[in-house]
Design a protein around this ligand. Structure first.
Ligand SMILES: [Zn+2]
Length: 131
């Protein structure tokens, strides 16, 4: 059996991958993704942003001031930012504008979770934290 998030062979303990996806996931994905995602409660948290990485990790970020500055967002996507079109007014999704040119890896985690087809780091930022 394989981890339904990172697709690696499940060797030891299995965890419930909900609400990220159905099936079971490995211990690494459980602690890196499932637990933070549950705590984050997507749709309710408007105080913190989320960075989803192609290496199947996630982290929560907070602005240095009241709102995220362009430089902070550029640092997280490792380049120029581009707004990814989403039908959600609570959050903006930000990706690296030159991600394809830079040959950044596919972000399969963000497509599993939010149906976003992008490369490199994907930021999910509450609209009210943007300038
Ligand atoms: Zn995994």
């Amino acid at each position: 059996m394989r981890c339904s998030i990172c697709d690696e062979q499940l060797t030891g303990d299995e965890h419930n991958a909900m609400p990220v996806t159905t099936g079971s996931c490995c211990g690494r994905c459980n602690s890196n993704i499932v637990i933070p995602f549950r705590l984050y409660e997507f749709g309710k948290n408007t105080q913190e942003g989320l960075v989803i990485s192609p290496d199947f990790t996630m982290k929560i970020i907070k602005p240095e001031g009241e709102k995220f500055k362009l430089k902070e967002l550029q640092k997280e996507v490792q380049g120029y930012i581009e707004y990814y079109p989403v039908n959600n007014h609570k959050y903006k999704v930000i990706v690296n504008e030159e991600g394809l040119l830079m040959r950044l890896p596919m972000n399969r985690l963000s497509s599993n979770m939010f149906g976003i087809h992008a490369v490199g780091n994907v930021l999910v930022i509450p609209t009210k934290l943007l300038e």
